[in-house]
Design a protein around this ligand. Structure first.
Ligand SMILES: [Zn+2]
Length: 201
């Protein structure tokens, strides 16, 4: 389970919303915190642990909600939830097992043999862009049609994935040189291709 799934599995979205100042009514509705309105079109769905606003179209899961409310990156949002709700999760990448170290050596060797670092980054960026677009399309396709409709799991997933990917793409394209290289190194160190696959699927 990745860290986002881990955080999500331990929290209730309605509790989190209320903790950060959203006052839900009995139907789990309220005026949207992300746009100005007089009638409640912001809905939290405890069953699917998601939210959606029929006024401005924002939606997603507990991580996306925290990101938007507190203006944080996905990783920072997960870290913040971990500390605010005392989840006690270790947010640092875990210490690799001997098998993982062997896999990493193999991967490094493959990296040297098969393609240069620049090529790897290029390919990784293309993959991220491809999936970011794909998840945006899925998101639009599965968007709930009415406020009473429980969001489709693929809608929720695509909200989270597209936002995280667009955050990463932004990081590797627009941050300054050192920051960019650090993000790439992080992505690669986290098991490189396998990690990217995890992000994308
Ligand atoms: Zn809204």
């Amino acid at each position: 389970m990745d860290i986002f799934e881990e955080v999500k599995s331990r929290l209730d979205i309605a509790d989190v919303a209320e903790h950060y100042g959203i006052e839900l009514n009995k139907q789990n509705k309220c005026c949207c915190p992300f746009h100005t309105e007089k009638t409640a079109s912001f809905q939290v769905y405890p069953k699917s642990q998601s939210f959606y606003c029929f006024g401005c179209g924002v939606g997603g899961d507990v991580i996306s909600l925290t990101e938007k409310l507190l203006k944080l990156s996905p990783i920072k949002a997960a870290e913040r939830l971990n500390s605010d709700f005392n989840l006690g999760l270790n947010m640092k990448p875990h210490k690799p097992t001997p098998q993982e170290r062997i896999d990493k050596i193999r991967l490094d060797r493959k990296k040297m043999l098969v393609s240069s670092w620049a090529e790897w980054k290029d390919e990784a960026l293309n993959t991220m862009i491809f999936y970011e677009k794909l998840y945006r399309k899925i998101k639009i396709y599965f968007e709930p049609k009415s406020i009473d409709e429980e969001p489709h799991p693929l809608f929720v997933k695509s909200c989270q994935k597209s936002e995280y990917l667009s955050f990463l793409i932004d990081e590797v394209l627009t941050a300054d040189e050192t920051e960019r290289e650090r993000t790439w190194q992080e992505l690669y160190k986290n098991n490189g291709d396998e990690y990217l696959h995890g992000l994308c699927y």
